[in-house]
Design a binder for this molecule. Structure first.
Ligand code: UGA
Length: 430
């Protein structure tokens, strides 16, 4: 199939590459000329395992191309995906101006029937607005269908999630685009659910909010575990074995972050408010998340007492493992809080150091070797769940620190083993 994707952010780029990988002919459009040039030359602007190779392979095979010109994309394809940003506004609602602008551009260049698919995360009823906009701005009055097709990929696992999705959701208002949409996704072999547009849009916000709720739930349990002497990992294993609950997304942490959960929770609360419902449950999810970071910082200050002029090593800057994304990263938030209290930081991340440099002051020391971060430190903190941190040379770290204190915001190590190694070890809910 001939497919155009407008917007080459995380979702657009990975979707484009994976569609090309299964044999579709894909044109990716982006208004950022420098980004398009980089992509045309075989470079990619983000770190995402497996993506660079996939982009190169498909560009070489002639199945994937990049352009600045939306007109090219609209003319060349029958199915046009919108994957542009939907950033948060100050009041928590979503800025839909990029979506609106793309809808107008598509309308201006349509000369034959098109299926316009929204992949960006949007409030329920956005599809109706997109359809109205295209109808209003289309000069030639050609026929079109608007479809909602939310994306469920996780950063760091995006290629895998897209190639083997749990499900594909297709929201339509008539049967006409269904066959073509099924043809787009048939090669992936996953179940396809066809719904109305409003339900498809709601599925996305409901799914992300539920996952965030699951994390806040286990984080709340971690507080009870600490107060009672129980172990949150054992509790998570015990409840997670119930198939109705499931073990995934029950890892207690210093809180969730990233460009999706915090934004989508605020948006969903706002949308519900507009529809006349006070979604207090989700407000509590947000409150627990903020408290989790507060409690972690308190743990550090209670142990080190005065942070001013203390040297602290921080392992992890990305908002999660396997990515260089530092947007709304709990690790960056933590660094900023420690710096505000006068601590000196030595930091390391396997992929996110460059992006973190833009968010942290020049006084922070960026250390390229994870095993050297602890040198001369009063404490070491693990802020991101990178699996490679489990291979840290703990003996070397302990010896090189002025005090062997380790705060583990991701529960990477075993409590008894850390104590045996001579660490004062404080983790989450254990
Ligand atoms: C999330 C959803 O998982 C995707 O399904 C969705 O497509 C995406 O948002 C989106 O809307 O675009 P993502 O933000 O990439 O994906 O990352 P997650 O793996 O969900 O992690 C989010 C945050 O929760 C991270 O800070 C992570 O460290 C934290 N987390 C995750 C926990 O603290 N505990 C867990 O058990 C799992």
């Amino acid at each position: 199939m001939k497919i155009t994707i407008i917007g080459t952010g995380y979702v657009g780029l990975v979707t484009g590459a994976c569609f090309a990988q299964v044999g579709h002919k894909v044109v990716c459009v982006d208004s950022d000329a420098a980004k398009v040039k980089l992509l045309q030359g075989g470079g990619i602007p983000i770190y995402e395992p497996g993506l660079e190779e996939m982009v190169k392979e498909n560009v070489t095979a002639g199945r994937l191309s990049f352009t600045n010109f939306i007109k090219d994309g609209v003319e060349k394809s029958d199915v046009i995906f919108i994957a542009v940003p939907t950033p948060p506004q100050a009041d928590g609602s979503v800025d839909l101006s990029y979506i609106e602008s793309v809808a107008r551009d598509i309308a201006a260049h349509m000369t034959s029937y098109k299926i316009v698919v929204d992949k960006s995360t949007v409030p329920v009823k956005t599809g109706e607005k997109v359809a109205e906009t295209i109808k209003r701005y289309s000069k030639s009055k050609v026929e079109f269908d608007v479809v909602s097709n939310p994306e469920f990929l996780r950063e760091g696992f995006a290629v895998d999630d897209l190639m083997k999705p749990d499900r594909v959701v297709i929201g339509v208002r008539s049967q006409r685009p269904v066959q073509a949409m099924k043809a787009v996704y048939q090669p992936f072999g996953s179940p396809i659910i066809v719904t109305d547009i409003n339900s498809a849009e709601l599925i996305k916000h409901a799914a992300n909010s539920f996952l965030a709720l699951k994390i806040s739930y286990i984080n709340a349990i971690s507080v009870i575990c600490e107060a009672s002497g129980a172990n949150v990992q054992e509790v998570a294993a015990g409840i997670g074995m119930d198939a109705r609950i499931g073990r995934r997304f029950l890892d207690a942490s210093l809180g969730f972050g990233g460009s999706c959960f915090p934004k989508d929770l605020s948006a969903f609360i706002k949308i519900s408010e507009t529809l006349g419902y006070d979604f207090g449950l989700l407000k509590e999810v947000q409150r627990i998340n903020t408290q989790q970071m507060d409690r972690f910082v308190k743990k550090i200050t209670e142990t080190l007492w005065v942070l001013k002029d203390k040297k602290i090593g921080v392992l992890g800057l990305a908002f999660k493992q396997n990515t260089d994304d530092v947007r709304m990263s709990p690790a960056i938030d933590l660094c900023q809080r420690l710096l505000k209290d006068g601590a000196h930081l030595r930091v390391h991340d396997p992929q996110a150091m460059e992006k973190a440099k833009a968010l942290l002051p020049k006084t922070v020391t960026f250390v390229s070797d994870m095993n050297k971060v602890a040198e001369g430190c009063d404490a070491l903190v693990i802020a991101t769940e990178w699996p490679v941190f489990k291979q840290l040379d703990l003996e070397q770290a302990r010896k090189s620190m002025t005090h062997p204190i380790l705060f583990d915001g991701r529960n990477l190590f075993d409590v008894a083993e850390m104590e045996k190694l001579g660490f004062i070890y404080k983790s989450i809910g254990r």
